[in-house]
Design a protein around this ligand. Structure first.
Ligand SMILES: CC(C)(COP(=O)(O)OP(=O)(O)OC[C@H]1O[C@@H](n2cnc3c(N)ncnc32)[C@H](O)[C@@H]1OP(=O)(O)O)[C@@H](O)C(=O)NCCC(=O)NCCS
Length: 139
């Protein structure tokens, strides 16, 4: 049975293992993952017993905007509605019930998010990636 939690109290080692499955998250460090957990507004994790099988997180102002990041389900547990369970728990979380608009970025999973009510018709995103910029000095 899959259990879902909204606690930030996750051993970053569990997340490190899960993130190794995704090209966009591979190579993250335990220290940075711990900081990410500490500074994130809402995390939802899915567990089978003590095994972390899914994760996603939200950054938000709690009223106008929320963005969803790092949604991932262990490849051995995909297609069992766990991704759907993570997103639904974010959209219906009591702390976010005033939020007007949720935003996320996806390259390959438009169908998955469309099945949950997301649309790509109204918004397009642009990204500034520090790793692809020349060195900047602060102004
Ligand atoms: C995207 C991801 C989180 C989906 O999680 P999942 O647990 O496998 O998805 P679910 O089983 O909850 O699927 C929910 C619904 O979306 C559908 N769906 C899943 N993946 C889909 C896809 N790629 N295209 C279209 N529909 C999809 C399912 O058929 C299901 O529909 P149903 O409820 O009508 O049966 C998972 O595939 C994943 O972790 N991928 C790798 C990590 C990654 O790249 N994440 C980036 C997300 S932006």
């Amino acid at each position: 049975m899959i259990s879902y939690f909204d606690s930030h109290n996750i051993d970053p080692q569990h997340l490190l293992v899960l993130f190794e499955q995704a090209d966009w998250a591979r190579g993250r460090s335990l220290k940075d993952i711990q900081q990410m957990l500490d500074e994130t507004d809402l995390t939802i994790s899915a567990w089978e017993g003590t095994h972390l099988v899914g994760f996603g997180r939200v950054l938000t102002d709690y009223v106008y905007r929320a963005s969803i990041w790092d949604v991932i389900v262990d490849r051995n547990f995909q297609d069992q509605d766990i991704g759907k369970g993570l997103i639904q728990r974010m959209l219906t979380h009591p702390s976010l019930d005033q939020v007007e608009l949720f935003w996320l970025c996806t390259r390959h999973y438009q169908g998955f998010y469309a099945s949950l009510g997301f649309s790509d018709k109204e918004q397009t995103g642009m990204v500034w990636d520090r790793r692809k910029q020349p060195p900047l000095s602060s102004t």
